[in-house]
Design a binder for this molecule. Structure first.
Ligand code: SAM
Length: 285
């Protein structure tokens, strides 16, 4: 393999750049992706873990940079994704554990991480079909909740997640972690309240809003009738009237005990599995 020192001081072995300095400009650039603004400007994000990176590449996501720790060098799967990254025009970095930790801001980091291009599905491209279920989240704020919801929606066979209003970023590293890879499998869209309401007028869907003041038991809705959008409220304030009032049904999950409400991700899971109960069976698993 050829070897030379590039202008940025990184040692290049063949197609792979070896980086050990935290001051390396490429590393500094990647680290900015921890900030939402930098992610928005660059349209990129970081995903950690070999399995996630392999799945993402297999699902056709564009990888800009593959980063692996020295200890992973020579492992066949790592070599394979490194070759795929180079073939698609991406960069491959071999880094020290110290550099990997600083990129993902974690002790004992994963051996592999990737910088991918973000992908959003335009709301106008969603035309719900019979048997489809979508989750619409009003101003979801917690990255862990959003990641868990994307993972659960994927598992339950939903067709997408729509972020309504000012939501937390699905491409934040904590969210991507919590999705366990489902962020690569499930389309995510974003919309203002006005755009969401305009879209629903033209879509043949039923909107089932979950509301603590809902008088309808969530188990009594006919989810087979039409494609369904499950509308979930913000963690602190719940669904505003502006949205709840436009739903076809306002439902509640019965509760006993002292808790005021369920956690948003838990409530979404309960709703998804009820809405898709007739479509889910162990035979297909
Ligand atoms: N204080 C908020 C309120 O008054 O609505 C609590 C919001 S709760 C933590 C977040 C969201 O989870 C709610 O907006 C609703 O979408 C859903 N949720 C939680 N518990 C629910 C229940 N028992 N029935 C229906 N939806 C529920």
């Amino acid at each position: 393999m050829s070897e030379y020192y590039g202008q940025d001081g990184a040692r290049r072995v063949g197609q792979v750049k070896e980086v050990t300095s935290l001051a390396n400009p490429i590393v500094k650039d990647i680290k900015t992706l921890m900030n939402k603004k930098a992610r928005e400007e660059s349209g990129a994000f970081i995903a950690e873990g070999l399995k996630l990176v392999i799945d993402a590449i297999e699902l056709g996501w564009v990888i800009r940079t593959l980063i692996y720790a020295k200890a992973a060098k020579g492992k066949p799967l790592v070599e394979k994704i490194a070759a795929k990254t180079v073939a698609s025009g991406g960069l491959v970095l071999e880094v020290s554990e110290k550099v990997m930790s600083s990129i993902v801001r974690r002790d004992n980091p994963q051996m592999v991480a990737g910088v991918f291009e973000q992908r959003w599905k335009p709301l106008s491209a969603i035309r719900p079909q019979q048997g489809e279920t979508y989750v619409a989240l009003d101003r979801v704020r917690d990255p862990g909740n959003l990641g868990t919801i994307i993972r659960t929606a994927d598992a339950a066979g939903a067709s997408g997640v729509i972020l309504v209003g000012d939501c937390t970023d699905p491409f934040a590293v904590e969210t991507v972690r919590a999705t366990m890879g489902s962020v690569f499998a499930l389309p995510v869209s974003q919309a203002s309240v006005a755009d969401f309401l305009a879209w629903r007028k033209g879509a043949d869907v039923q909107i089932v809003a979950t509301h603590l003041a809902g008088s309808v038991d969530y188990r009594t809705v006919d989810y087979k009738k039409k494609p369904t959008v499950l509308l979930m409220g913000n963690e602190q304030s719940g669904l505003p009237d502006e949205l709840a009032g436009k739903a076809d049904q306002r439902v509640r999950i019965p509760q006993q005990g002292r808790a005021d409400s369920l956690n948003l991700a838990v409530a979404t899971a309960v709703m998804l599995y009820e809405a898709r109960r007739h479509l889910l069976s162990l035979d297909e698993a």
